[in-house]
Ligand binder design. Structure first.
Ligand code: AMP
Length: 577
């Protein structure tokens, strides 16, 4: 496909405002792309390389303006271009305003030189139109991205100049926008997905799945066209090609236990996400590639900055695998350091050995997407976790994130307390039966919201424990202050150690007013600081509110019962939730 034809269609797409019209035009474009389909499927959404490919053009505005100025002729300076872009706000508009193509002589040092052969000018005053095809642009841009070392900046500028020099106005408009990642014609991932389905008559869900596992719109479009549904279904994960990380939403234990029978609970590590790809025989290139590659959450290759993770993985795994996890920075005593330390390591390109001496990092694995030839995305979380455990084996056991399936809020609170004690961020709650959905922020993974503001509440009742704890008060009714007394909001039994129960019993016994079986009525004298997950409207309690999952945080012996939190404050907090 000629770049001019692509540009004409891009212009028509940009002019549409309704999603359905955009989709129709993209569908037509894909249908007309022929051999250039993979490139066109990417360019139309402003991508030069597939999403999984971290290759970068590394073209900044300055370099692009230089190339434009050069192609525009002797009278145009970089400053002119820059000023016009500042004025107009769109490099495409500015590029399309120049008359390119008169710089044949100069093009001799540009990589695009000679390829077109024709002289510029097509009678329309648009210049360019050197018969440039989308495939040629792709070749040139790949060469450009591969340039490195001293002099690479000039080479890049010259390649770009060579391309601009062969463009007419619309071609220049979209070439400039493409190379600066400013395509902005209103075509996102969703539109391309839908257009692939429409153009090649395949189910959109299957296109979506194929895109999730390959992260390559070009490949998916070609397979949909040439091999149909069967071809799409056969696309799977590939060791060495990253997929989007499954993401979490904020949520509560209440939500997790309401929605699922039980929650899979894990520590939430405060680090940076890393996807590990490993093949003991070498990744890709017929086994010529490295054995391990690491990718960040946005699919950047972070293998080189994290050699100790590579060493760990190579010592632990002996079959091909794709693992999901977190890299954490650790202090000398093994306690976690703030995640900024990890990010510093991620960015480090030089002197990695020195950086490694300053801050060491460790890998924590919590999911397994592929193990020994099996794609596991559709398997339930708990099964994937089993596969993770066996893939890591004994050698890698230290990295395995412990997972507990529980329907007991007390047990979950205890895991959270452990996580916080160990210096981590809190916990993740996951649906034990859920599949792995790459790149999605679904409701299957919840990061527990940090505690809302705590309340200082008065103990107005208690219950004697059972069995071993029969001599101790075990459950405490907590109440908020009202104008004429105290209104109960719930009972706390969670977050209290045996030792604390003894102290609390001693503290409360002098205030016992009456007893009825296990139930004890106490004088409002002792104040608890109480954490909770949420304040609920409640028909059971006279106050009209109840605390969900209240937790004992401590005795506030510095606060008088008359200075505790009022029901009015509870109401205000409830409204703010
Ligand atoms: P946030 O970055 O606050 O949206 O929280 C989600 C992030 O927590 C994930 O993307 C992971 O990088 C990180 N994380 C830490 N521990 C876990 C875990 N056990 N399971 C899943 N994600 C985790």
């Amino acid at each position: 496909m000629e770049l001019a034809a692509f540009a004409e269609r891009a212009r028509a797409i940009e002019a549409e405002s309704a999603d359905t019209d955009v989709r129709e035009r993209v569908t037509d474009l894909l249908g007309a792309a022929g051999a250039d389909l993979p490139v066109v499927a990417r360019y139309v959404q402003g991508r030069v390389f597939p999403a999984h490919d971290s290759t970068k053009l590394d073209i900044g505005p300055a370099l692009c303006y230089e190339a434009i100025a050069k192609a525009a002729g002797r009278n145009v300076t970089v400053d002119d271009v820059e000023e016009r872009v500042a004025d107009v706000g769109d490099v495409g508009e500015v590029a399309s305003g120049y008359d390119f193509g008169g710089q044949r002589g100069l093009a001799a040092f540009g990589a695009g030189a000679g390829a077109g052969g024709e002289t510029g000018g097509d009678g329309s005053g648009a210049g360019g139109t050197g018969g440039l095809t989308v495939a040629e642009v792709d070749d040139e841009l790949r060469d450009l991205a591969a340039t490195e070392g001293s002099g690479s900046r000039d080479t890049k500028r010259d390649i770009l100049f060579g391309l601009f020099n062969r463009t007419g106005d619309d071609e220049a408009r979209y070439l400039a926008r493409l190379v600066l990642s400013e395509m902005r014609i209103g075509v996102g991932d969703g539109a391309v997905r839908d257009a692939i389905a429409d153009a090649f008559d395949v189910p959109v869900d299957e296109v979506e799945r194929a895109l999730q596992v390959t992260n390559d719109h070009g490949e998916v479009a070609v397979v949909a066209r040439d091999e149909g549904l069967d071809g799409l279904e056969s696309l799977g994960l590939e060791v060495g090609r990253p997929v989007g990380a499954m993401l979490a939403q904020a949520g509560t234990v209440t939500e997790a236990l309401d929605d699922w029978e039980a929650a899979a609970v894990e520590w939430k590590f405060d680090g940076a996400r890393v996807q590990v790809h490993h093949d003991p025989d070498g990744i890709g290139d017929g086994g010529e590639g490295p054995r391990t590659r690491l990718f960040s959450r946005n699919m950047e290759d972070v293998t080189d900055p994290l050699p100790e993770v590579v060493e760990f993985v190579e010592g632990a795994l002996d079959t091909p695998a794709i693992l999901d996890g977190e890299v954490v920075a650790v202090a000398d005593d093994g306690s976690p350091l703030p995640f900024q330390e990890v990010l510093r390591r991620f960015r480090r390109k030089h002197d990695v050995a020195k950086a490694r001496e300053d801050t060491s990092v460790e890998f924590r694995a919590f999911d397994c997407l592929h193990a020994d030839g099996d794609d596991l995305l559709d398997d339930p979380l708990t099964e994937r976790h089993d596969r993770l455990e066996s893939a890591l084996g004994e050698a890698g056991a230290a990295a395995l994130s412990a997972l507990t399936v529980s329907d007991d809020p007390d047990e979950i609170a205890a895991i959270e307390a452990e996580a916080l004690d160990a210096g981590h961020e809190g916990i993740m709650l996951k649906n034990p039966g859920s599949a792995y959905t790459p790149g999605r922020r679904g409701k299957q993974w919840l990061k527990r919201k940090p505690d809302v503001e705590t309340l200082d509440l008065v103990v107005t009742g208690a219950e004697w424990g059972e069995g071993r704890r029969a001599e101790l008060l075990g459950t405490f009714e907590i109440s908020a202050r009202t104008d004429d007394g105290f209104a109960p909001l719930g009972k706390v039994a969670t977050g209290i150690t045996d030792e604390e129960l003894e102290d609390l019993t001693d503290l409360l016994e002098p205030h016992v007013l009456s007893e009825d079986g296990a139930d004890v009525d106490v004088d409002p004298a002792v104040v608890f600081e109480v954490g909770y997950e949420e304040i609920q409207a409640s028909p059971t309690y006279a106050a009209g509110y109840a605390l969900r999952f209240p937790r004992f945080l401590g005795v506030r012996d510095d606060i008088d019962p008359d200075d505790t939190d009022s029901l009015e404050r509870v109401e205000r907090l409830a409204e703010r939730q």
